[in-house]
Design a protein around this ligand. Structure first.
Ligand code: PHE
Length: 353
């Protein structure tokens, strides 16, 4: 009988190998374990065995029964998983991103350092009650010059080399222009609101200039304006110092020099000590140890009038922060041309959200 049992086991293990359908497996199971199954047939003969033989054959038969049951169960389960996997593969959508053209490994995105700083400054000013305004890149002569107290033929126009659009119908052939500063937004901001008000206006500006380590012809400024009653230079200095402290997380050395801008009177240049070379002298500070960061001043009465505001009743301050310079100082970048380079190796250094 033992031999027979072993044959049954062998028979089963070879037959199950060949099967790949659930129904066939169930048939095989009943062929061996069913009432008239092969194993049951053998066990019927157990009656004629001696007690000693039964002690050996009984457990062996049970072991084979277990084996058949678990093997069938395992194989059916594996078949079901195969079917599910096949279905998943058929309907699969590949959401993966292939290795990039520029990067050798997959990496997450990040924000440009200018965006990081701009957001930080916006937060500081929003917390001090300022609005954040925007304006068009393409402007007309009035918003870029006239309303800012820079009439036609005024020599101050030469301070800002301008990209003009051609206009054959104009006497000088000049039409609109690419704004040379964000002060254009001052004009729009004043016309649209009544004092008191305070706003900042970040944006890209354009100047027809040669590029070098500290000059780009496309760069970014952040304009600021506050108009109300009895605004003073101390208010201006307070807001500027607060801003610089927040950005650099420490007190930064500043100096005010008189500066000429037709739209402010008095006008100042606010310099900060060069944080790249700690004031020793480098290409960014042109070996002076100081970086011109922030022209500012008290709004010229003519500008208030052009903005529809009575200078007898109101006054205010304005400033134009060089956003790219500030980025360079904060992160120790020694060449402004990196900022617009689009080089991901540069951008990837500033991964913070
Ligand atoms: N608009 C000036 C410039 O770009 C900067 C400035 C703004 C100066 C506001 C004074 C006040 O040169």
């Amino acid at each position: 009988m033992l031999v027979k049992l072993e044959e049954i086991e062998k028979d089963f293990t070879t037959r199950i190998e060949a099967l790949a359908k659930e129904a066939d497996l169930l048939n095989l199971k009943s062929e061996f374990l069913g009432k008239a199954g092969k194993l049951s047939e053998v066990l019927k003969g157990l009656r004629n065995c001696s007690p000693e033989e039964r002690k050996v054959i009984g457990p062996k038969a049970n072991a084979i029964k277990d084996l058949i049951q678990t093997q069938i169960h395992k194989k059916i389960e594996a078949l079901e998983i195969d079917i599910i996997n096949k279905k998943l593969n058929e309907n699969a959508i590949d959401l993966g991103l292939r290795k990039g053209r520029f990067s050798s490994s997959l990496s997450g995105g990040g924000l440009h350092p200018r965006t990081l700083i701009q957001r930080e400054i916006e937060d500081v000013f929003l917390s001090m009650g300022f609005e954040v305004l925007d304006g068009p890149h393409i402007e007309d002569d009035v918003h870029n010059f006239e309303a800012l107290n820079i009439p036609a033929d005024h020599p101050a126009r030469d301070m800002q080399d301008t990209f003009w659009f051609n206009d054959p119908s104009a006497s000088d052939g000049k039409g609109n222009l690419l704004r040379t500063h964000t002060s254009t937004i001052q004009v729009r901001g004043m016309k649209e609101r009544k004092p008191p008000f305070r706003f900042i206006a970040p944006g890209t500006v354009f100047r027809c200039e040669r590029t070098d380590a500290s000059h780009e012809f496309v760069f970014n400024q952040l304009e600021g304006m506050m108009v109300g009653k009895d605004i003073s230079i101390s208010n201006l200095i307070y807001f500027m110092k607060t801003l610089l402290k927040e950005i650099f997380k420490k007190d930064v050395e500043v100096r005010l020099r008189p500066g000429f801008f037709p739209f402010v009177e008095p006008g100042f240049e606010l310099d900060i000590s060069c944080l790249i070379c700690s004031g020793k002298g480098c290409s960014v500070c042109k070996q002076t140890g100081w970086v011109e960061l922030l022209p500012c001043g008290m709004v010229h009465p003519n500008v208030l009038v052009a903005g529809g505001i009575d200078p007898a009743e109101y006054n205010g301050f304005a400033f134009g922060l060089g956003l790219d310079r500030l980025v360079m100082m904060k992160y120790g970048i020694d060449d402004i041309r990196h900022l617009n380079s689009g080089d991901l190796r540069f951008n990837e250094q500033f991964k913070s959200y």
